[in-house]
Each structure stands twice: as structure tokens, then as C-alpha cells.
Write a protein that binds this ligand. Structure first.
Ligand code: SAM
Length: 870
């Protein structure tokens, strides 16, 4: 990638932005190469190094204030030379102090024809001398720290930079060092930059040397607080050209609050990101107080369960207070495992409407701000109530009296085509089976009852109001990007109703304004339609002043025999520390690659890192202790019938009160039996087929009678063998298996083997096009076996029909990944997350924290090895 802008008269100019929409950090190599290919520019009034006096005072103002050149005219006017202002020469001592990487010690001489020297692993053009001011085109006065436009290619917007150094190179060329700003369209937000105010730009860490005459126009760029509305930011900008309020860093596509005193740093050192950001420093007490989380699209709650476990392991009391999901079975499972959670079985869009209605109700009844209720209002409602009681009803109409309001929702629970706010009514003299949902506007006569409900609901935080929610987590389904969907809208994925939930998720974040949010999704969200939806999600967060970053994490890297790569997007309010990504703890059998444009988002250790990872896990590690069950196993609970055989099994079997980070930790023994260890019952035909698949590694439908594999590794019928049929008369080898992936697939009726990992646990349990048969039993993996591959603790029991339980498990965020992310979240909540590094290393033996006997590699990992990669 070209690193240097060229003179404005050139039509082939380039800059850090030009060769790729996603700018990469500079490397010494490209810096060097690019400078070499440039024609030298002869600078006026050059002073040789020997001629520089030891101490040269740098005058504050040596030329009159800038001659203002109208912007449009600037490009067309005659080009004059750009020169440094001689009076602004920096003394040699001071220059060496400020920019040591530009000068060899006086005792050393630069080799013949050498222009570069390495400093801290980076090659720098060596300088003869430094200046603090320049006259660009002989008339525009630039000072160190000024911002300006830099010439770009024709038809491209000029680049925007801050001048952080001015020097004459040992090659006699005049240079400035640019620190680049990015417009939103030059960051990963790209196609969704319309979400961002066009006066807003982002300060990058990308810096490089450019010839002085690439500068074409001075700009006024104003730093504004991140935590302000666009209108306020624009007001602060005044007559300036752009404002900035965030850093943009390429690794993990990070948008981050600016460090304090950033401007000073920019001038004085080569790193503008200080280790202290305007982070939220937690008081010692905040450790104990509860942090409330909303789990959107919660499924059975794996993601929030993991996040809470991880956060609590780091002493942050994170609790899932609210969860929302459309599936009644997923909601039932979540409630069973988390009695502390208000579980709402409704759509997220209805939930958002409800939140807004709830805020109005809380205001109406004056409960916000400490529940200070006005007597006169009460009186008014009493009167209304009395009126209602006394109101004459027609003789033949039975009068029902409201006993209590017991629920609230938005939508159409009575299926009467009326989408409004409903209240659930318990009727006087009737039992719970007679409770009904009534539109709120039909309950005018019982305002006191409504008020009682709102007051109690406000006190118990039945629903969150803006600011109530510390964390929002969730994985909005985006079925519009699924490869199974033939009608995907590539042109405008957001127009596809199936992707609407992404918008709803962001609307809820925007409305509730949590301190932190984390969104999970399939990797396709950053692949499909050039990653449009991923860019949109980031754009929404940034537009709402959230710091944000994106990481692609592999579940297996956190101790599972499953690959499963997923996208996790962090958001953090302006004053918070943006959470980091926990680096892998385990090796993993690689089953996929990161999408090209998001390569710098894969959460992996740096190349060359000396950290010692635990060995990869295999199917045997996860399930070898489970009792044998048959295809028609009907029990939802059974005894284990044996001891755990591996470290994984010991950990996953822990009782709820023994599990690190569990709310019940330390409480009385909460033992459990083996739940959900039953498979999807195969039909007779499939069962017969499965019984004929040999119990050996790699076995699948290709091992059935009548199937041959040709030289191109494709299946074909063996013409020497009659096609065998099943007792039902159906063929032993179904046509769909032969034609699947043009006969090249090994998956139909595939058996897993003990020493294997699975690519991804999915929601379906039919063996027709996936390898999910137990190694030695004639059945598919059970719900529990799948749950183990997803890292669910064994005490987590699921509810619903068998297929629904498989769906809950297949949909889940792998618990160990969520747990590791929860630990990271806790570091941010406590204000101790590192503001510089986007990743961090989890504590040794996380999450068991016990020295692990079965993982000798962990014991080989010396603490210093961990240090080394930090
Ligand atoms: C990928 S799953 C989430 C899994 C969950 N994060 C976990 O870790 O267990 C997506 C969930 O979204 C739910 N869902 C789909 N459309 C919804 C909607 N409009 N509103 C609320 N939930 C919805 C589905 O029922 C499903 O449980």
C-alpha cells in the first residue's frame, strides 16, 4: 500500500487511504519502498547539518498569520514551492530529544547511500534537521500540529491529516509526518457512512512521512466531546471544517474514545494512544452492586449465562434481569435455569414498543425519580374509580371487577388485530385460568389498579427504563443472510424483512443506552453483501457515540471440541473502557478461515507469541463418560451411572453451587442428575440405515452396500450390486445422499469419531446431510451431547419438545466463549481493562482456575510465557 501522498500536480497520487478501503497500519517496508520510488524535490534554502547551530530558539510566531486561500480556488492556482520557515529551525539538541528515531548518535555515521535506520523495530527516514513551520505553496502557513488536506487521486476526496513532524531528510527532501484522519467511509463502516455526520472524522494511529508539497490546504479540525449530540458537536465546530471525537484503529475495527491530552501526545511522541483513557474508574463498592443485563433474542440464555459466569469470576455481580425471545420453549428453559430473570416471551420489536409505553406510564404516575407520588393525582384516580364502580351498567350485562393488574405487554395477545398496550387482568372472584389480556385503553375506570401495578413494577424493575440497563447482550437473527435462503437481498440487505432484527437490536440499544453492549452473530454478517450488515451495526453504534470493535472468535479456542467461528461486536458508552477480546486458551482443529476484509478481526495470538496453549479437545474429552442410550431413549433425566473421565467432564458436571462464577456458588449442595441425554428418534428407515454404518472413523453412507467412490472422490452406484431396500421398501441408500454436493460429500449419515472435533453444532439433528452419528451407538448425538459440545454446564436443563431443545442448543453462544467475554466485560466495568491492547490473556487455567492434571501443556506454560505475549 502506498504510504505517501504526492504533489498535487500529479494525477497518479496515492495515500494511506487509496489502495484499500480498509486502511492497514504502516510497515517499515512499505514506508521505505515508497519513499525510494519518489523523485527528489529540491528544497529552497537548505541548511546543511554542520551549519545548524547547537541551540536555535524556535520563535512562537515568525510569519504573519496564514494568508487565507479560498478552498475551491486553492487547487487551480499556480503551484509554488513549499518550504520550511528558516526561523523555525529546531535546535539539534531539541530535535534529537523530540524525535530520537530520526538521528543517529552524533558519534555514529549513517552508511553511504543509507537513508533509513531502525528504531524500536520500525525504519525511519533519517533527518538532517527539524522545523516547526512551513510555507506551503509559498503562501499557506502550516505549523506543527496543524491539520490539512493532502492531495489524493483525481475524483477522490483529499486526504485529511495532522502534521506531527516537519523535517529535512538526509536525502535533502523536505518531509512532514502525517497522522491521518479517516472519514467514516474510509473506515470499516464504508458503505454505511451515511449513518455518520459528514463533519465527523476519526483520528487514526496511522502515521507516515510525506513530501511537504503534498499538503494542499489548511483545515480547522476541532476535538469535541464524544458524549454529545450531533447538533452540539456541530455547534462546537463553529466555522471549522471537521470535528473528531474518537480514534479509529484498524485492528479489530476499533472505534475508541480519545485518550486525554491526545493533542499534546500527538505532537510529542509517536504513540497517541496512552494507556489511560477517560475510563470509568470503579469505586471499591461498585464491585458488589448489581449490574443489570438485558438478554435480547436470548434463546435459552447461553450467552447471558456465560457472560454472568465470567463477570462474576472477576467479582462483578452481573445479573440477567430481563430476557426476551419469541420462542416459548426457549423462554421456559431460561426461566427454569434463571428464576431471577424477568423472561419475556415476545418479539423484540414489541418489547421496544412496550418499553416506550412503560416510560410514559411511569411518567404519568410520576414514579420516576424515587417514586414520589402526588396526592392530588391519587385523589383524581380514586374519583374515577368510584365513578366506574357506581357507573350504571345495563341490567342484562354482568359486571366484572378488576382485582389486580398482573402483567403488561405490547402487541395483539388476544389476536383481535389490535396492536396496542395490553394489561393482564386478574378478575375479582375468578381464578387464574380466567385472567385475560385487555387493551389498556379499555381499562379507564381502574387507574388506581394500574397505578399500583406501575408503582410496583417500577420498584421491582419489571421493565428497564433508559439508563436502567448496564449491559445488553444478544444475537439478533439475520436469516436474510443465511446461505440456505435463495432469495437473499444482496443489493440492500436491510430491506429484507428477515434482517430487520439487526435494526431492532440497535434501536433498543439506542433507546436504553446501556453502559455496554455485545452483539453476537454468524460470520456471514461481515461477509454477505460485502459485510454490509456488520458495517451497518458498527455504524449505528458509532453514530450513537458508542465505542465499538469487532472480533471473530472460534469456540474451540476456549476449550471445546467444536470449531464454530462467530462475530462478537462490543459497544461501550463514551466514558467506559472498551472491552477487549480474550485470547484463545486452547489449540483448535482449524475448520475455517476469516473473511478477507475482516482478517484483522480474528481473535488470535500474535504470530510468534510464546504463549503455551492447552491441547485441542476432542469428542472423547467431552462425552466419553455419558451412559449408553438407544435411538428411542425416552427419559429426560437419568443417573450418570459412572465417574467423569476427563478434566472437561469433571468441570462440566460441577453442581451449580460449585461452578465458578455461579450466583449459587457456595450455597447448599444443588445436585442434579443427567438431563436431556436423549437423541432425536430416527424414523425406522433412517434407523436401519444408521445401524449399517460401520462403527469406525470416517464411516458414512459411502460404506453402505451398492455405493462406489470413483477416482474423483465422487460417489456413484455400483452397477454390480442390486440396489438394496429397507423393510419399508425404500432404498437403503437414499438418492439425496448420492446427489448431495454433487456426490462429493462425506457428511450424509456420517459417524463422528472419538478423536475428532465437530465444525459447528447446528439446530437440526437429522443425519441426512451432516455427520452427527455417535461413534459407537446407532443414533445421533443426544441433546446433552450437543450441549456439552457447546459448553453448557450439565446442570442446565432444557424444556420443550426434543426438536426445540436441539434448536436451543444449536442456536446458543458457546458458553465458554461467553464466559471469557464476561471476564473481559468485568475488567471494563471495573475500569481496569487495558485501553491500548484490543486483546488480553485470561488468567491461567481459566475457567476452572484449578491446576489441571489432564493438561500438562498448561503446566508447562510459565507465567513469563503468558507475559511475553501480553
Ligand atoms: C441465535 S438465537 C439466540 C441464542 C442465544 N443468544 C443463546 O446464547 O442461547 C436467536 C433467537 O432469536 C429468537 N427470535 C427470532 N426472532 C425474534 C424476534 N423477532 N424477537 C425476539 N426473539 C426472536 C429465536 O427464537 C432464537 O431463540
Amino acid at each position: 500500500m502506498a504510504k505517501r501522498a504526492k504533489r498535487k500536480t500529479s494525477s497518479s497520487s496515492s495515500s494511506p487511504h487509496s489502495s484499500s478501503k480498509i486502511p492497514k497500519l504502516e510497515t517499515p517496508q512499505n514506508q521505505q519502498e515508497e519513499v525510494k520510488e519518489e523523485e527528489p524535490v529540491v528544497a529552497a534554502d537548505l541548511v546543511t547539518e554542520e551549519a545548524v547551530p547547537e541551540e536555535v530558539a524556535v520563535p512562537e510566531e515568525v510569519v504573519p498569520e496564514e494568508v487565507v486561500v479560498p478552498k475551491e480556488e486553492a487547487k487551480d492556482e499556480m503551484v509554488e514551492d513549499s518550504v520550511f520557515v528558516e526561523e523555525s529551525l529546531v535546535s539539534d539538541d531539541e530535535a534529537r530529544r523530540n524525535w530520537p528515531y530520526r538521528y543517529l548518535p552524533r558519534t555514529k555515521k549513517l552508511g553511504d547511500a543509507r537513508h533509513y535506520e531502525t528504531f524500536n523495530g520500525v525504519e525511519y527516514m533519517q533527518a538532517k534537521k527539524h522545523y516547526t513551520q512551513a510555507l506551503v505553496d509559498g503562501r499557506v502557513h502550516f505549523k506543527l500540529g496543524d491539520d490539512g488536506y493532502v492531495q489524493a487521486s483525481e475524483n477522490e476526496d483529499s486526504y485529511i491529516c495532522r502534521v506531527i513532524e516537519m523535517f529535512e531528510g538526509v536525502d535533502d527532501i523536505l518531509y512532514f509526518r502525517a497522522q491521518w484522519f479517516y472519514r467514516a467511509k474510509d473506515t470499516i463502516i464504508e458503505a454505511c457512512s451515511n449513518l455518520i455526520d459528514n463533519k465527523r472524522i476519526f483520528l487514526s494511529e496511522v502515521k507516515d512521512d510525506n513530501q511537504l508539497d503534498c499538503l494542499i490546504q489548511k483545515l480547522k479540525i476541532v476535538r469535541v466531546p464524544l458524549n454529545a449530540e450531533v447538533a452540539d458537536k456541530r455547534e462546537k465546530l463553529g466555522a471549522g471544517d471537521y470535528y473528531y471525537d474518537m480514534n479509529y484503529l484498524v485492528p479489530y475495527s476499533t472505534y475508541q474514545s480519545l485518550p486525554p491530552d491526545n493533542e499534546g501526545d500527538a505532537l510529542e511522541s509517536d504513540s497517541t494512544i496512552s494507556s489511560e483513557c477517560a475510563g470509568n474508574e470503579a469505586s471499591p463498592d461498585s464491585k458488589k452492586s448489581e449490574l443489570r443485563m438485558l438478554d435480547l433474542y436470548s434463546g435459552c440464555g447461553a450467552m447471558s449465562t456465560g457472560l454472568c459466569l465470567g463477570a462474576n469470576m472477576a467479582d462483578v455481580n452481573l445479573v440477567t434481569r430481563w430476557a426476551v425471545d419469541l420462542s416459548q420453549y426457549a423462554c421456559a428453559s431460561l426461566k427454569l435455569n434463571h428464576p431471577e430473570t424477568e423472561v419475556r416471551n415476545e418479539s423484540a420489536e414489541d418489547f421496544l414498543s412496550l418499553l416506550k409505553e412503560w416510560a410514559v406510564l411511569c411518567q404519568t404516575f410520576n414514579v420516576v425519580g424515587g417514586g414520589d407520588f402526588q396526592e392530588n393525582q391519587d385523589a383524581e384516580y380514586v374519583e374515577e374509580d368510584d365513578e366506574a364502580d357506581d357507573g350504571a351498567a345495563p341490567d342484562d350485562e354482568e359486571i366484572f371487577e378488576v382485582e389486580k393488574i398482573i402483567g403488561i405487554c405490547y402487541g395483539d395477545p388476544k389476536k383481535i388485530n389490535k396492536r396496542v398496550l395490553y394489561l393482564k387482568v386478574q378478575w375479582k372472584g375468578y381464578g387464574p385460568e380466567e385472567d385475560t389480556w385487555e387493551p389498556m385503553d379499555t381499562l379507564d375506570g381502574c387507574k388506581l389498579k394500574i397505578k399500583e401495578f406501575v408503582v410496583n413494577g417500577y420498584k421491582s424493575k419489571l421493565l428497564p427504563l433508559p439508563g436502567d440497563c448496564d449491559v445488553i447482550c444478544g444475537g439478533p437473527p439475520c436469516q436474510g443472510i443465511s446461505g440456505f435462503n435463495r432469495f437473499r437481498n444482496k443489493e440492500n440487505p436491510l430491506k429484507d424483512e428477515k434482517n430487520k432484527q439487526l435494526v431492532v437490536y440497535m434501536d433498543i440499544v439506542e433507546y436504553l443506552k446501556p453502559r455496554f453492549c455485545i452483539m453476537e452473530n454468524v460470520v456471514d454478517i461481515v461477509k454477505f453483501a460485502k459485510g454490509y450488515l456488520g458495517r451497518y451495526a458498527l455504524g449505528r453504534l458509532v453514530a450513537n457515540n458508542y465505542q465499538a470493535r469487532v472480533g471473530l472468535m472460534v469456540a474451540g479456542s476456549y476449550g471445546l471440541p467444536q470449531f464454530r467461528m462467530r462475530m462478537f461486536m462490543w459497544g461501550a458508552a463514551p466514558s467506559e473502557k472498551l472491552p477487549q477480546y480474550p485470547l484463545p486458551t486452547h489449540k483448535v482443529v482449524n475448520r475455517g478461515v476469516s473473511p478477507l476484509e475482516f482478517e484483522s478481526n480474528a481473535v488470535v495470538h500474535d504470530e510468534g507469541s510464546k504463549v503455551v496453549l492447552e491441547r485441542e479437545l476432542y469428542l472423547e474429552d467431552a462425552i466419553s463418560d455419558l451412559p449408553s442410550v438407544k435411538n428411542d431413549e425416552a427419559r429426560d433425566e437419568m443417573p450418570y451411572g459412572g465417574m467423569p473421565q476427563t478434566e472437561f467432564q469433571k468441570f462440566i458436571r460441577l453442581k451449580k453451587n460449585e461452578m465458578p462464577g455461579c450466583l449459587a456458588l457456595g450455597q447448599k449442595s444443588l445436585s442434579h442428575s443427567l438431563y436431556d441425554h436423549r437423541p432425536l428418534k430416527l424414523n425406522e428407515d433412517d434407523y436401519h440405515r444408521v445401524c449399517q454404518i460401520p462403527k469406525k472413523k470416517g464411516a458414512n453412507f459411502r460404506d453402505l452396500k451398492g455405493v462406489k467412490v470413483n477416482a474423483k472422490n465422487r460417489v456413484e452406484w455400483d452397477i454390480n450390486v442390486d440396489r438394496e431396500t429397507l423393510p419399508s421398501g425404500k432404498p437403503l441408500v437414499p438418492d439425496y445422499a448420492m446427489s448431495f454436493v454433487d456426490g462429493r460429500s462425506l457428511k450424509p449419515f456420517g459417524r463422528l469419531w472419538w478423536d475428532e472435533t465437530v465444525p459447528t453444532v447446528v439446530t437440526r439433528a437429522e443425519p441426512h446431510n451432516q455427520a452427527i452419528l455417535h461413534p459407537t451407538q446407532d443414533r445421533v448425538l443426544t441433546i446433552r451431547e450437543n450441549a456439552r459440545l457447546q459448553g453448557f454446564p450439565d446442570f442446565y436443563k432444557l424444556l420443550g419438545p426434543i426438536k426445540e431443545r436441539y434448536i436451543q442448543v444449536g442456536n446458543a453462544v458457546a458458553v465458554p466463549v461467553a464466559r471469557a467475554l464476561g471476564y473481559s466485560l468485568a475488567m471494563s466495568c471495573k475500569g481496569i481493562a487495558d485501553a491500548v491492547q484490543p486483546t488480553f490473556i485470561l488468567p491461567r487455567n481459566f475457567p476452572s482456575m484449578q491446576p489441571s492434571a489432564a493438561s500438562p501443556s498448561a503446566d508447562q506454560a510459565s507465567p513469563s510465557a503468558h507475559q511475553e505475549s501480553q
